[in-house]
Design a protein around this ligand. Structure first.
Ligand code: HEM
Length: 393
């Protein structure tokens, strides 16, 4: 990776002093009876963090260098984003009480680089997951806390496996759903989804609720860049998950709820992911292909491929249920319920109050599970038709 010496120095700082100071601050907050108290705690550490980062940012801004190639610019964007997210976490900025970011230099740099890449001017999930380049075994993080590293690693594994499943289904689109060779990608997709279930189960068992809630999640809050507030990153900001939705046919790009979600997500994805998602929107879903071939329901290819398709849908539905009913509930909903109304403000990555976010995540879960709901679009009846044709309903 080609990087200017200033970009390299900033990267080294993000990987060292930045992590050390954040970790120290987390230990201070966590030691208190009220772990939500941030203001007035560790002020000299916060000043160090703000001022050291500022020196790097002013240097990069002066250099005006976004032309060292994608990798380098993407890395600078991630690093400024991590810096601003940490300042937000430590309450050195808070979008609720400001009209513009109090960090104009960091905002300018993020806006310049973000616009040049075609991405939102903040750190995205890919910076900490799929494109979080490890050096000598150490990947980037906000802190060196065990629970943050566990969260980052299992998120990354989950995303990689969902991408594998999405790649496999894309191959089926090109093979045609009646192709005998579709058994290979169907098997790959199934295995990948089984992997995701296993990674998420491990995260559920091993992640400490309090550490995650008080010391990890707060770095994913929304913050302002310039005047505009950008929502926080979440593990869903990659195209693979939506490719799965669309190719399976469980969600549709012309459904207003789902289309809004896609539009909101686009700029949080890598440009290559944005292109994949756009292409995917032009495909006919596998479900619609199969429903269009019901007159062949007794053919060998139909029985094998429709059967495999239904198994993939079942695993995907289980993943969606696990994300919502296990992970979101255990690590966000339950601990949030114990907080005062005041402390619940600004809890989510996307900004809306928690009950609204939970309702909207529930809709998504139910679409992915093809749940029998009449108040939101669901493919329940269509999957039943397919099962009936196979005699498995
Ligand atoms: C401790 C573990 C996790 C928790 C508490 C959690 C919680 C959440 C929450 C609250 C959101 C909504 C974002 C927002 O605040 O606006 C979200 C979104 C999302 N998360 Fe997770 N998540 C976890 C792990 C994962 C993992 C490991 C994956 C992938 C394998 C994942 C995939 C997604 C996806 C795809 C979305 C976007 C919405 C969607 O399309 O489903 N999450 N998550």
């Amino acid at each position: 990776m080609q990087m200017s010496s200033r970009a390299e120095a900033f990267d080294r700082w993000i990987r060292s002093a930045f992590v050390a100071v954040n970790t120290e601050l987390e230990e201070l907050y966590f030691r208190q009876d009220d772990r939500t108290r941030v203001e007035g705690v560790g002020d000299s550490l916060k000043t160090t963090l703000r001022d050291e980062g500022h020196v790097h940012i002013v240097g990069l801004l002066k250099e005006g260098n976004t032309g060292d190639g994608f990798q380098s610019a993407f890395n600078v964007l991630g690093n400024v984003g991590l810096y601003l997210a940490a300042l937000r976490r430590h309450e050195l900025t808070n979008p609720a009480r400001e009209e513009r970011s109090p960090f104009p230099e960091a905002s300018s740099l993020a806006l310049h680089v973000g616009a040049s890449l075609g991405m939102a001017p903040r750190f995205a999930t890919s910076h900490l997951a799929t494109h979080n380049r490890a050096i000598d075994g150490v990947r980037k993080s906000f802190t060196s806390l065990r629970d943050e590293l566990l969260f980052i690693d299992e998120n990354t594994r989950g995303i990689l496996a969902l991408q594998t499943a999405a790649d496999a289904l894309t191959r089926i689109v090109h093979l045609g759903v009646s192709n005998p060779a579709a058994d290979v990608p169907f098997t790959t997709a199934k295995r990948a989804l089984e992997d995701v279930l296993q990674f998420n189960a491990r995260l559920f068992d091993q992640l400490d609720v309090e550490r995650f809630f008080y010391c990890v999640r707060p770095y994913y809050k929304p913050y302002r860049v310039g005047r505009i507030e950008y929502r926080g990153a979440n593990a869903g900001d990659f195209s693979g998950i939506n490719e799965l939705d669309l190719m399976l046919g469980l969600c549709r790009a012309n459904d207003p709820y789902y289309a809004n979600l896609l539009v909101d997500k686009m700029s949080f994805m890598l440009p290559a992911d944005q292109a994949r998602l756009r292409e995917c929107m032009t495909f006919t879903s596998l479900l619609d292909e199969l429903l269009g071939s019901l007159e062949h329901a007794t053919a060998g290819w139909f029985r094998r491929n429709a059967g495999a398709f239904l198994e993939v849908c079942d695993l995907f539905g289980r993943y969606a249920a696990q994300h919502h009913d296990a992970l979101v509930k255990r690590f966000i909903e339950d601990p949030a319920a114990k907080l005062s109304k005041d402390a619940q403000q600004g809890l989510t990555a996307s900004g809306p109050p928690l009950p609204a976010l939970l309702r909207s995540l529930e809709v998504l879960r139910d679409m992915r599970m093809a749940a029998p709901r009449s108040d939101t679009p669901s493919r329940h009846a269509d999957l039943q038709r397919l099962r009936k044709a196979l005699g498995t309903a």
